[in-house]
Design a protein around this ligand. Sequence first.
Ligand code: MN
Length: 256
Amino acid sequence: MKSRNALAAGSVAAYAVSGRAAAQAPRSPFAVAPTFIPIAGSSEVFPVRRIYCIGRNYAAHSREMGSDPTREPPFFFQKPTDAVQIVPPGQTIDHPYPTLTKNYHYEVELVAALAKGGRHIPSERALEYVFGYTVGLDMTRRDLQRAMGDEKKPWEIGKSFDHSAPLGPLQPVASVGHFTKGAIWLKVNGQIKQNADLSQMIWSVAEQVSKLSDAFELAPGDIIYSGTPENVGPVVPGDVMEAHIDGLPTIIVRVI
Ligand code: MN
């Protein structure tokens, strides 16, 4: 019964967009599970439409803070919606070591979730589009990513695979505000591996939303992985990762 209801809801939404009556919604031979992220302090959930990720968004530790006149335009890639793996605070969630890789890397990142969409959003107004934030891991089959890059082939197999987007429940802006500074770190088996500050992001969340909206029409349900600081590295089965951003609940993931 649950799957029938989910399917009907999806069909109605699709047909509402196309302007046709819900009664004409097509029937499908099977149901496709939608992706939701829990909303902290709420019985509601956040439906995920697209997962965007920004690449190389932290300056070297030696670089001074503030604007960087040499900065290049940001670039983005996507992960499939169903790559999401929910990590409730206070729990240690098992995360499957993926196939095909021998160099599986963590990347701790601030994740912003959008409640409004649009095109050509000015950065001064971009934060009005953000619903909330959470801590995420942009898990990466680094060997495959590099090999594909070397061959000038798409990154998908290195970045956009099953379970590659662990993240915590969304913390609404009304509760946690916006994030322009604060510690971001990742530990493996209790040892600090990545340790930086959000203020070291080359492109702020507001600028990321603005730049993304020049390339894509953004929509409610889109989420943005805002890039990882330096010192990414490998994990193997048995390793436990703790990912933290000041002001957000820490997430804990065990590789199995
Ligand atoms: Mn990343």
